[in-house]
Design a protein around this ligand. Sequence first.
Ligand SMILES: Nc1ccn([C@@H]2O[C@H](COP(=O)(O)OP(=O)(O)OP(=O)(O)O)[C@@H](O)[C@H]2O)c(=O)n1
Ligand SMILES: O=C(CO)[C@H](O)[C@H](O)COP(=O)(O)O
Length: 409
Amino acid sequence: MEPGPPGCSRPAEPGPRLRRLCGADQEASVALLSRARAEAELQRCVPAVAAVLPAGGSGERMGVPTPKQFCPILDRPLISYTLQALERVCWIKDIVVAVTRENMETMKGIIQRYQHQRISLVEAGVTRHRSIFSGLKALAQDQPDSQLSKPEVVIIHDAVRPFVEEDVLLKVVTAAKEHGAAGAIRPLVSTVICPSADGCLDQSLERARHRASEMPQAFLFDVIYEAYQQCSDYDLEFGTECLHLALKYCHIKAKLVEGSPDLWKVTYKRDLYAAESIIKERISQQICMVMDTKEDEELVGHRLEEMLKNEFSHVKVTSGALGHTGRDLQQIILEQCYNFVCVNVGAYEFEETQKLLDVLKESDLSILYPVVVISDEQKLQDSLRQGATIIATLIKERNSGLVGQLLVA
Ligand SMILES: Nc1ccn([C@@H]2O[C@H](COP(=O)(O)OP(=O)(O)OP(=O)(O)O)[C@@H](O)[C@H]2O)c(=O)n1
Ligand SMILES: O=C(CO)[C@H](O)[C@H](O)COP(=O)(O)O
């Protein structure tokens, strides 16, 4: 079993992804209520945790004019995925993002467009360490008029590592509470060598004895803030390791926690393609089919569901949403489903469907929302098979040109 939240006697709640899968078949209102209760309970017993996200770099190694954190992946900026990953964790109270002055408006636009919550912006520094320090200062202020308050534990996570999961965040926070500092590590992929001044091999490190230091990291706030206040200009200018600052200036030996391979930092252009593939794979595992009527749900929805279950891990069928757009959508959006397929059976009245699509489009939560019309009721079985093939291809291909399109099976 995962460790419970720090300072909390209850075992950890399953992460939102797990909750989404577990709760899929429950009554919507019951699921909502129990989720709200569980989150309120967690909020009460976890120490105050905030996160600082340095996002003020220029992404030189990426070699494109746009800083990599703002580069689009499936039409959504990279940083938005990272924010979403942190926001899903209900016990992180505040998320402080450090961005350069020139990108402040861009960042505000992203927050508004993707409805990010609990975010505060601070001005980034000229190096990563200075950006982090700027975020920590905002949390330390603790002024009555400030929205932020000093946390007990602070998570530091790069804005360009979008695949951080709740379990590793919980592990580093728990370890930081006990040891003062903690960070995720990974085995080295290549051996680290030390060249001499003349470009020849000086030393070769034993790979099995070394690890790559990744993110997230977590610290008792007072420890890391003290370290940043004490550290030299040289550290702030050239340092790359926050755990090292805690060791050097506060004598805190960080606890190292094994991280997942997806924690790597998007650095080169090829990393954007890798990130896109991972996102595609993740979001392509779930699909929500919205039927126009209850009868269609029974007649067509569940047969389509059976056909699609071999291809996707989570297929949800819902009906009546076209008539009760507001209520049902609220539930669907809470589940953060990306793929909607509205199925009309032999119906050519698309006004309600159009309304639903407009709401989805404005919500910016959904990436794919085509309408599939199973047109021929006489040959329903064949149409269904064809419909299932179209739906599966749509979800897997994720061709953005098909968003909001009408397809006829
Ligand atoms: N002055 C800086 C430099 C970097 N970062 C952030 O620190 C994280 C990790 O740094 P890195 O991968 O080195 O980003 P860049 O500095 O943007 O990349 P490069 O070194 O290729 O220019 C990124 O989220 C980056 O935006 C920051 O907040 N402020
Ligand atoms: O992994 C890290 C710390 O452990 C940092 O993400 C990394 O050091 C950032 O360095 P740089 O800005 O030079 O890429």
